[in-house]
Ligand binder design. Sequence first.
Ligand code: FPP
Length: 245
Amino acid sequence: MDLNIKKNKLPKHVAIIMDGNGRWAQKKGYTRIYGHNKGVKSVQKIVEEALSLDIPYLTLYAFSIDNWNRPKKEIETLMNLLINSLKREFEKLIKNNIRLNTIGNIKTLPKKVQDEIMRVSKKTKKNTKMVLTIALSYGAREEIENVIKNIAMEVKNNTISIENVDHSIINKHLYTQNLPDVDLLIRTSGEQRISNFLLWQIAYAELYFTDVYWPDFGKKDFYKALFNYQKRERRFGKTSGQINF
Ligand code: FPP
């Protein structure tokens, strides 16, 4: 397959559901935890590739609100992996002008994870080449619930009138308030569902599903997804004729 990527037709915002660490490991006779460790390597690779393609927004689903139901030991490992990755990659974020951003109910994370996120977010907040967003303790329905509560409160307090509630007001209340809509959503591991990820923000996203497990997902697979995206016609409700005029 010719994987020549057109630089002028790349998605601005790529979001990824990084799935299959556990199954990858179990198939090979390793522990699930080993699979998560390998998953971190894929994160590094994909951040580097996105960076070299000048993709300005990359959002990764690292821990969903439902992942709290996993065994305690696995949750602990994921939290430690996160802290260690942030510590280890910090210099690289600075060097490559990457800003770390998080979405989700961060207050429910262990204090040491919150502290590390705060530290790295603060130190990288002026970086401009890429916004790397990690979704942690994230659930889209919970995000939308909060938006509704906050807007209702503002209506009640007369700081906003009900007629003015529109897409743009809703966007401003989401965790993703500083991010553009998702252009391309990738899910690895063969599952074809959204699993409560960015429900509002993917309204017009192109969806790409691959059977590859996250620990095996590398440059070739990322390029395949981008190449596939570039073949699609994004019409946003218009006709093909209107788009190509
Ligand atoms: C899905 O595999 C993966 C996760 C729930 C965690 C993803 C986390 C990482 C790759 C590591 C930390 C992240 C960063 C950003 C440094 P799964 O366990 O659901 O796999 P399964 O569906 O095969 O069981």
